[in-house]
Design a protein around this ligand. Structure first.
Ligand SMILES: [Mg+2]
Length: 266
């Protein structure tokens, strides 16, 4: 894993050789710093303006891929003319694409029921935030006291294990969050690949350069499908040798600098 700015010349070579650039990014922890309450992860106006300016350049297509619901992601990012992928890519919307996983839609009643069960079982622990995102759900415990975080994990496991064993849901854990998703063979990597396919056919190109930025477990699926010279995977955070990303940026501030550098190019 190399620092992206230390590899800038190599990036420029790939950038200049590409007819079009697909710039995709995770939201939380990548475009905004990690916060206790998901609603507080507000996108700064500077980053919003830069993403918006990038999207207006003909050579770029911009998208945000998040575990959040489509509705919330659109509300938080509030940028026109870009692609949005919500629920880890189970729903995708953009200028030339609209997709909702039909299998995930079928599981909505179960997700809702499970959110209710988890809310009741975790009610006595202060700081737990349960988000029913329609196609998936999240249990956030960043605001739970250190001593009680293990209890959250135990209760979460107790309630979800039979559904996991029956193959009805799959679980991933991220930064102080458990994610429950339908057991569909679909992830951020597949979402990246489908947006890329769409852009290639829409613009009638042979290839595009895809850049993907992310900071957490579910982003690894996207990192894995991207290799130079056509794919640049960028982990956001301190250098992390267990990540599949080839490059890293230390912080969301460096992500903003990356956006500034891209805006200066063409
Ligand atoms: Mg993230």
């Amino acid at each position: 894993m190399e620092h992206l700015f230390k590899s800038w010349q190599i990036f420029l070579d790939d950038f200049r050789a590409a007819p079009h650039i697909l710039f995709l990014s995770d939201y939380d922890g990548t475009l905004t710093p990690i916060v206790g309450r998901p609603r507080d992860a507000v996108l700064s106006q500077e980053v919003r303006d830069k993403l918006s300016a990038l999207a207006q350049k003909p050579v770029f297509t911009v998208g945000i891929i998040s575990g959040r619901s489509m509705e919330e992601l659109r509300y938080m990012a509030a940028i026109e003319g870009i692609y949005y992928a919500g629920n880890h890519g189970l729903e995708i919307e953009g200028p030339a694409l609209e997709y909702v996983s039909p299998d995930a839609e079928l599981g909505q009643a179960m997700i809702k029921d499970l959110a209710g069960q988890l809310a009741a079982a975790l009610e006595h622990i202060a700081g737990v935030i349960i988000e029913d995102k329609g196609l998936s759900l999240s249990v956030h415990y960043r605001l739970v006291s250190e001593e009680e975080q293990d209890a959250v994990a135990v209760i979460f496991k107790k309630i979800t294990s039979s559904l996991v064993d029956a193959g009805k849901i799959k679980i991933t854990s991220g930064k102080k969050v458990f994610e429950v998703r339908p057991p569909i063979d679909w992830d951020k990597g597949k979402a990246v690949a489908s947006i890329r396919r769409e852009i290639i056919s829409l613009l009638k190109l042979e290839r595009v350069l895809t850049v993907y930025l992310g900071d957490d477990t579910t982003d690894e699926d996207a990192f894995k499908v991207l290799r130079r010279p056509e794919g640049w995977s960028v982990y956001v955070g301190r250098e992390n040798t267990s990540s599949a990303a080839d490059y890293y940026l230390n912080s969301t501030d460096e992500v903003e600098e990356f956006l500034s550098r891209l805006l200066e190019l063409r």
